[in-house]
Design a protein around this ligand. Structure first.
Ligand code: IVH
Length: 755
């Protein structure tokens, strides 16, 4: 029977065309062995396209005209695994690992000798099997139930790290097995993309990898950042000899072009295995991808054979799992915690749950934007995550389990601690208590921050002591710490004679500090340690920083003047040896500067009223929205810094601290005020070892002359200051044609004021 309204000869022709095109498409895209010249293929393709246009009833999802790459498919076909894809037995403790090793040794009757194992990370993705015939990738499948999986060849072909043709592979069948996964960072950007496109956001990298591999349209899979690592072999059918150990097998796979793990190791005995586990667990965060444990495999294949299998797992391997980082529990209620800067953080009170190796009953919900994005409600079953040292967080809600009684999470109108009104600003998406120092919570956090190790480093002033000091009204602001006496301390719980003495000594010692620590300890919003260091380096003394106006940090410049025009203006002025003065100067500017508008000349003259001033003109100052003068300090941070130092109480408190004896080392040379130094506008990078000066000193002396010192060489770098044994920075500077200054030239640069 013919399809509705399509003559049967046409229908037959379309079917033949589809078959032929699919066949050639397969040869071209899957086997990399095209038979048909491209123009011939195109001719057949166009013929089918025309027929389908003429008779829309011929359109079907499987038609090659609908394909992009290898898809879309109707469904996946089944693949029988010729050798079952097994799973692994787990161990969760050193005892269980030891028991595994003992079983292995007993079965092998080698009770004395240590066993050689191969240790590998246990990747958290999806197991796949890849079949290669005569070195060509012909079929890829999921694990499925271990016996039967799904054919996902077109999807696997889109993975860039998967070799389509093997290097120097023998004739015959090779089956490699491995894990498909997504890097942590790639996962974050994938989710951002998904969000922008208003599409589904993935819960974790594993789900994203699994979802991407099981898409029927491989052109979408192609856009997903999938990776693969090979960790074992399946059935091999080859004439030649293959490796005799797992380790050699991995190297063999690597030589043929398969990606294999770079953190694998060959280890002797169980103690080395435990040490490997400890190291990987410790460094887990620094890996690009997520792992949920490590796998130990007996290295020798003859031993593996002797050991065999039990149910669905080999006796020769074990997965030593890390404590689970995610668990589900019930969200009982939400409280709001007030931070040092007044920011309100929603905190989840949970039904206690064991996760990441510890009991968790509180977790952060970050902020109200996150609550809304994740759609979390009180009463929900939620996924809680606790990884390493990070604060436990609520990752998502299991919507399908939401009870009818679930209620929305609302932001309080007033501070839960001091009752001051709560303000919400759009640009920072953070709700804040407006109480400032009135709010005990903010005071407490500010005091804790002031004494913390990286700030003033006062040992012995823990949370409990601070709470007591606050409760007794002994300390309200940082300078109050320096007024404490022994009698007062002895009245506190938990403080005896000796610890009172120690505490007083620690307080006394903290008075000698450095400018960057002091700045950090003030708790200026958004100013972390790194920025505090940059500020100290740049300004050298507190007074210059306090005096710096907003547009010193990020020059606002002159509206409408871009970088190129700014450069032309600066050059034109610099090239004129004799600048006129008064009215003549205005005329000269109008005549000499290309495309200049009278209003722009007025703005220039407002900034630089005469010829002498005009000599100090710099690109960054006139260019509209110029670059920040202090590394890492943009418009927002600059605003917060200026606001902090414009607040009278803050200046008064700095004065109190100074009077109490707090002092810091000042940079050897005072920093140029407001970028007027001889090196203003210049950007230097320092690298290598110097004979007569420490790198810090060079940096602070350059800064004192108005220069900016940055960490990496770019086109914006004025020169590279280069000592002995310089590395990649030197080659980068050379490749960019950037000036290189040695120690002798540096001395001239620092000594001369004529530059
Ligand atoms: S070997 C017969 N090695 O873990 C041994 N598996 O729990 C078969 N996995 O299905 C697996 N990293 O998806 C092996 N280095 C690794 C692994 C690994 C992750 C996964 C794999 C397997 C599951 C078993």
């Amino acid at each position: 029977m013919s399809t509705a309204g399509v003559p049967s000869d046409i229908e037959e022709r379309a079917a033949t065309l589809r078959d032929q095109l699919n066949h050639h498409n397969h040869l071209y895209h899957v086997l990399d062995a095209p038979e048909l010249p491209d123009p011939e293929y195109d001719k057949l393709f166009r013929e089918l396209q025309r027929l389908e246009e003429q008779y829309p009833a011929l359109q079907m999802p499987g038609s090659p005209t609908h394909r992009v790459g290898g898809g879309p498919l109707d469904k996946f076909s089944k693949v029988e695994h010729r050798q079952a894809m097994l799973s692994l037995d787990n161990a969760f403790s050193v005892e269980e690992l030891t028991a595994f090793d003992k079983r292995v040794r007993e079965r092998l009757k080698s009770t004395t000798a240590t066993i050689e194992y191969v240790a590998e990370p246990k990747l958290d993705g999806l197991a796949v099997s890849l079949v290669y015939q005569d070195g060509i990738f012909v079929q890829g499948a999921t694990r499925g139930d271990g016996q039967t999986g799904e054919d996902i060849t077109p999807n696997l072909r889109t993975i860039k790290s998967l070799p389509l043709v093997l290097k120097g592979a023998p004739k015959g069948r090779i089956e490699a097995r491995g894990e498909v996964f997504i890097d942590k960072q790639a996962f974050e950007s994938l989710n951002k993309d998904q969000q922008n496109k208003q599409e589904k956001v993935f819960v974790n990298p594993r789900n994203a990898a699994a979802g991407s591999l099981r898409l029927l349209d491989s052109s979408i899979t192609a856009s997903r950042p999938l990776r693969i690592t090979i960790y074992s072999t399946g059935l091999l059918e080859l004439d030649e000899q293959t490796p005799e150990t797992h380790w050699d097998m991995l190297q063999w796979f690597g030589d043929m072009g398969f990606p294999i793990s770079t953190v694998s190791e060959k280890l002797d005995g169980v103690a080395a295995c435990q040490a490997y586990y400890d190291t990987i667990l410790q460094n887990r965060q620094s890996l690009d991808f997520e792992i949920d444990g490590v796998v130990f495999k007996v290295n020798r294949f003859d031993y593996q054979q002797q050991l065999g299998f039990v149910s669905r797992a080999p006796r020769w391997a074990v997965a030593y799992k890390f404590p689970a980082e995610e668990a589900t529990t019930t969200l009982l209620s939400v409280d709001f915690q007030v931070g040092r800067t007044g920011a309100l953080t929603p905190v989840a009170r949970l039904e206690p749950v064991f996760v990441g190796g510890a009991m968790v009953s509180n977790a952060t919900l970050h902020n109200m934007d996150e609550v809304a994005r994740k759609g979390i409600m009180v009463g929900d079953t939620v996924v809680v995550r606790r990884a390493g040292d990070v604060i436990p967080e609520v990752v998502s809600a299991v919507e399908s389990m939401r009870p009818e009684s679930a209620s929305h999470i609302g932001l309080p109108k007033s501070c839960p601690v001091c009752d001051s009104p709560v303000t919400v600003s759009d640009d920072v998406a953070v709700a804040k208590c407006s109480g400032g120092f009135v709010c005990t919570a903010q005071r407490r956090e500010a005091l804790k921050h002031f004494v913390s190790r990286r700030a003033m480093n006062i040992d012995g002033l823990g949370e409990k002591v601070i709470d007591q000091l606050l409760a007794r009204d002994l300390v309200n602001r940082p300078s109050d710490f320096y007024k404490l006496n022994k009698e007062q301390l002895l009245e506190l719980d938990l403080i005896a004679e000796k610890s009172a003495d120690n505490l007083l000594a620690a307080i006394e010692n903290s008075k000698k500090t450095t400018l960057d620590r002091f700045l950090y300890s003030l708790g200026i919003p958004e100013i972390g340690e790194t920025t505090a260091k940059q500020l100290a380096l740049h300004f050298g003394q507190l007074e210059s920083l306090i005096a710096a106006p907003l547009d010193y940090f990020v020059p606002t410049g002159i509206e409408g003047i871009g970088k190129t025009r700014a450069q032309t203006i600066v050059k034109t002025i610099a090239d004129e040896p004799q600048l006129p003065d008064g009215e003549a100067l205005k005329q000269w500017l109008l005549d000499s500067l290309p495309r200049i508008k009278p209003a722009e000349v007025d703005s220039l003259l407002k900034m630089y009223p005469d010829a002498v001033a005009l000599r100090t003109i710099e690109v960054n100052a006139i260019q509209s929205k110029g670059e920040s003068r202090v590394e890492g300090v943009g418009q927002t941070m600059a605003g917060l810094i200026v606001q902090f130092f414009q607040t009278e109480e803050n200046i008064a408190e700095i004065e109190n601290l100074r009077k109490a004896g707090v002092e810091w080392t000042v940079a050897q040379t005072p920093v140029a005020a407001a970028g007027e130094g001889v090196l203003a506008g210049n950007v230097y990078v320092i690298t290598g070892k110097f004979e007569n000066m420490a790198r810090d000193e060079i940096a602070s002396r350059l800064a004192s002359k108005g220069a900016k010192v940055t960490g990496s060489v770019s086109k914006k770098t004025t020169a590279l200051i280069c000592g002995e044994a310089a590395g990649s920075k030197l080659s980068k500077a050379e490749s960019l044609g950037i000036e290189i200054i040695d120690e002798a030239a540096l001395a001239l640069l620092l000594g001369s004021d004529e530059l």
